[in-house]
Design a protein around this ligand. Sequence first.
Ligand SMILES: [Zn+2]
Length: 416
Amino acid sequence: MSATLFVGIGELATPVQSGSWEVRTVRDAGLMVEDGTVRWVGPRADAPATADTVDLGGGVVLPGFVDAHTHLAFAGHRADELAMRAAGMDFAAIAAGGGGIRKTVRHTRAASERELLEAVSGRARRMLANGTTTAEVKTGYGLDQETEQRLLAVYASLAAASPLTVVPTYLAAHAVPPEYDGKRGAYLEEVVLPGVAPAAALGARAVDMFVEQGYFQADDARRLAEAARAHGLGLRLHVDQLGDHGGAALAAELGAASADHLEHTGPEGIAALASSRTVPVLLPASVLGLGLQRYPDARAMIDRGLPVVLATDFNPGSSPTLSVPFVMALATRTMRMTPDEALVATTVNAAQSLGLADRGTLAPGQRADFTVWDCTDYREVACWFGFELCSRTVIESRTVHLARRDPQDPRPGETA
Ligand SMILES: [Zn+2]
């Protein structure tokens, strides 16, 4: 395949490493790709000659987003719960009435593999349309061996059919299903742990557990970590979402790739992460979605040098958003993160948390996964929210999403 030079780039912004990761911009840029790989990036005027050029129309170019925490596969929705919450019902009351996660588990168990594949395929297309090119995808709405394995099979089919890169995680330890009410230990022994080997065979790359008071406990996580190690799988953990129970330190102790949520993690937990290789994955849309006030202390984590990751936590209950730009907008408003920190957190830091060294920046040798935005300054991507700004998504040089835009329309921050 011959090289293609992408031009018509008003501004290209990418993380570059100078000690820590910083955002570097090039105005009126050129981006040369070949065989799905970036070959050259720089001012267009300096670009090597090539016969094949593609004009991107003058927007902002960014590396494709890596969404490092999603619950993509489930059936149904939970829109009925909004009115219940408006009437003052809390989550325990909604769950007692058969709603919440158990409702999603019921619908997911009843869905066929084909129905689930259609659902995740549609969601994957919406991810692409919002600039995400790689996503970690968890199971966890089956909560029995058969359905958990069906979800992994659905992810394998999605990976084969969609240009989106999917990285599956086995999360049978998401909740205790109704048939094991009050028997968490038995659920762990009979379903979660025996499911690790088949999950590895079906393409899972990591295991995950919801560790919280009243849910799974530290010793359960230690058992799961052991099983993961035995099958060559990584470990990711949901911790410290509802209280500081030492979850961050537990994740660090177990050598987890990531500790996710961390809304209540205090200085000790942050110090434990800082002396480990475990990366914090922050999910501010779930705080908003639950109507809570306490966001993770991203500022303290970044100031300790931690490579903070931002992700959507896409799920039908607490975080029904597929939009990484929305999460960036939220992080800049609620967690005192700068647009530059939010961009690093959703590209290179997110890729590294998944063990993917070939993406997250636009530099020679990296995958040509990039996105084009209807704005003139890359910081606008973390500024506007609630409408779609992504005009084109390219994966390995191939355009996989193209938005219709009237060329007469000014961009949102432009005066004609
Ligand atoms: Zn989650």
